[in-house]
Design a protein around this ligand. Structure first.
Ligand SMILES: NC(=O)c1ccc[n+]([C@@H]2O[C@H](COP(=O)([O-])OP(=O)(O)OC[C@H]3O[C@@H](n4cnc5c(N)ncnc54)[C@H](O)[C@@H]3O)[C@@H](O)[C@H]2O)c1
Length: 436
C-alpha cells in the first residue's frame, strides 16, 4: 500500500501533528507545495496548487536569518485560502499588531482575537506581536500557547521587538506595551518614558502600517500617549487614533445598574469625558437607564455627584487593592468592546466613549488633545462625534478640570510631539486609574 505523506500547510482545516496520521475525508485532492519568500514577514510561505493524486512532500521551514519579526512555529505554515473558498467563504485576512503582547492584558486579549469573538467567525487574522527586549522569551511562550490552541481563524503569528518589522501592513494596532510607574517615579517621568515608546511606535506606524490603520492606545497615560503617537504619524489620519476609555464606560454602567437595581444592559448613552485618569468625568446627565435620563431614575443626586463619580474614577485602584495587580481581564474585554463598536453599527440612539483627537469637536473642548467623548459608528471602522448631548454647570466644571490636566500633559511632552520645549506644570500628581 502506498504511503501518503501529509503536509499540514496544504490541509483544510489545519491539523495538529498528532492528527497527521490520517487524512480527513473532506480533503479534496493532494496538492503540490512550493516555497516562495513572503515579502511582509520575510519567512517562507508555502503556496499550494491543486494536482490530482500526487504524493506530498513534508513542509520544511526555511527561516530567513535577516528576519526580525519571525513567524512562529506552526504559523510559518499557511493556509491555502483559495482551496478553502471551495467550501467556505472566508473574508480577506486582516493584520492585527499588538504591542506589550507578553503582558497581562494581551494574555487575555490575544485569545479573544484568535477565537473570532472580535472580528467574526469568518474573518481569518494574522497576529503581529511586539514585545520588549526583556519580554522576548515570554513572547515565544505566548506564541506557543497560541499554537496549542488550534484556532482555525489564526493564520499567521509573528513576533519581534522592532516596531518597523512588526507593524508592517498592520490594519489594526492595539498598543498596550508600556512601562509601569516605579516607586518614587513622578508622573512627568512616566509621561516621558512611555511617551518615548509611543513616539517611536508612531513613527513606525507612519512608515510601514496600512495607510488606514486603526490604532487603539491602551498603555498609560493613554490619552497623551495616543497624542504623541498620532503626532509622530502624520501620514495616518489623526481620526484613526483612539485612547481606551471603554473600561471606564463599562465601570460607570455597572455602578449605575447596581444603584438602580437593574441589569447593566439597561444602561445606555454613557459618556466618559476627558482623561483616563482620576479627573475623568462619567456623565450621568446624558446617560440613560431603561431609556430614561439617569437623574429621573436615580433620585439621589448627591450620590451621583459624589460617590458615583469617585467610584468610577478610583475603581482601578480599588481593584488593585483586592487583586494585588491591575485589571487585565476586564481591560481586555473593554478593548474587544472598543473594536466591536467601530466595526459594527452603533445601536440607534446610543453611543460609546473613546478618547479621540479633539480637533473640530462641537463641545467647545480645547483642540489638539486626545479627549474621551461620545462617538457613533456606522460599523466601517470610522466614527462621528455625537451632537445631541446637554451640559450643565456641574458637567462643564468637571470637564474643564480634566481638560486642564490634558493640556498640562501636552505641554509636558512638547519635545515628543514636535511642539517645542517641554514645560511640566502638571496640576497635582493625579493618579492613573490603574495606580494606587
Ligand atoms: N486604558 C486603560 O483602560 C488601561 C487599563 C488597564 C491598564 N492599562 C495600561 O496598560 C498597560 C499594560 O498593562 P499590563 O497589565 O498588560 O502590563 P504588563 O506589565 O503586564 O505588560 C506590559 C508589557 O509591555 C511590554 N513593553 C514594555 N515596553 C515595551 C515596548 N517599548 N514595546 C513593546 N512592549 C513593551 C513589557 O515587556 C510587558 O510585557 C499599562 O500601561 C497599564 O497602565 C490601561
Amino acid at each position: 500500500m502506498a504511503v501518503t505523506q501529509f503536509n499540514p500547510a496544504c490541509s483544510k482545516p489545519r491539523l495538529h501533528s498528532s492528527q497527521l496520521s490520517f487524512l480527513p475525508r473532506n480533503l479534496p485532492r493532494h496538492r503540490h507545495c512550493s516555497f516562495a519568500p513572503l515579502r511582509r514577514t520575510q519567512h517562507a510561505r508555502i503556496s499550494c496548487s491543486v494536482a490530482p493524486n500526487e504524493v506530498q512532500v513534508p513542509a520544511v521551514k526555511t527561516p530567513d536569518p535577516k528576519s526580525k519579526a519571525e513567524c512562529y512555529g506552526v504559523f510559518c505554515l499557511t493556509y491555502d485560502l483559495r482551496a478553502e473558498e471551495e467550501t467556505r467563504s472566508w473574508k480577506k485576512l486582516i493584520n492585527i499588531a499588538v504591542s506589550g503582547a507578553a503582558g497581562m492584558i494581551a494574555n487575555h486579549l490575544l485569545f479573544k482575537l484568535a477565537s473570532g469573538e472580535v472580528f467574526g467567525p469568518d474573518q481569518p487574522i494574522a497576529l503581529k506581536l511586539l514585545g520588549s527586549e526583556r519580554s522576548i522569551q515570554a513572547l515565544e511562550g505566548v506564541a506557543m500557547e497560541l499554537e496549542d490552541s488550534l484556532f482555525p481563524l489564526l493564520r499567521e503569528v509573528s513576533i519581534g521587538i522592532d516596531p518597523y518589522e512588526v507593524f508592517q501592513d498592520a490594519e489594526w494596532a492595539l498598543l498596550i506595551g508600556a512601562k509601569p510607574r516605579g516607586p518614587g517615579m513622578e508622573r512627568a517621568d512616566l509621561l516621558d518614558i512611555n511617551g518615548q515608546i509611543y513616539a517611536a511606535q508612531g513613527r513606525a506606524l507612519n512608515a510601514v502600517a496600512s495607510r488606514n490603520v486603526k490604532v487603539i492606545v491602551v498603555g498609560n497615560p493613554c490619552n497623551t500617549n495616543a497624542l504623541i503617537c498620532l503626532k509622530n504619524a502624520p501620514n495616518i489620519p489623526a481620526k484613526n487614533f483612539h485612547a481606551l476609555t471603554r473600561l471606564d464606560e463599562n465601570r460607570a454602567k455597572c455602578q449605575l445598574a447596581l444603584k438602580a437595581g437593574v441589569f447593566y444592559d439597561k444602561v445606555s448613552n454613557m459618556t466618559i469625558w476627558g482623561n483616563h485618569s482620576t479627573t475623568q468625568v462619567p456623565d450621568f446627565l446624558n446617560a440613560k437607564i431603561n431609556g430614561l435620563p439617569v437623574k429621573e431614575v436615580v433620585k439621589d443626586h448627591k450620590w451621583l455627584e459624589e460617590e458615583f463619580t469617585e467610584k468610577v474614577q478610583k475603581r482601578g485602584g480599588a481593584l488593585i487593592q483586592k487583586w494585588g495587580r491591575s485589571s487585565a481581564a476586564s481591560t481586555s474585554v473593554s478593548i474587544v468592546d472598543a473594536i466591536r463598536s467601530l466595526v459594527t453599527p452603533t445601536p440607534e440612539g446610543d453611543w460609546f466613549s473613546s478618547g479621540v483627537y479633539s480637533n473640530g469637536n462641537p463641545y467647545g473642548i480645547a483642540e489638539g488633545i486626545v479627549f474621551s467623548m461620545p462617538c457613533r459608528s456606522k460599523g466601517d471602522g470610522d466614527y462621528e462625534l455625537v451632537k445631541d448631548v446637554i451640559f450643565d454647570d456641574y458637567l462643564r466644571k468637571r470637564i474643564a478640570k480634566t481638560e486642564a490636566e490634558l493640556l498640562a500633559e501636552k505641554r509636558c511632552v512638547a519635545h515628543l510631539t514636535g511642539e517645542g520645549i517641554a514645560v511640566c506644570d502638571l496640576p497635582g500628581d493625579t493618579m492613573l486609574p490603574g495606580e494606587m
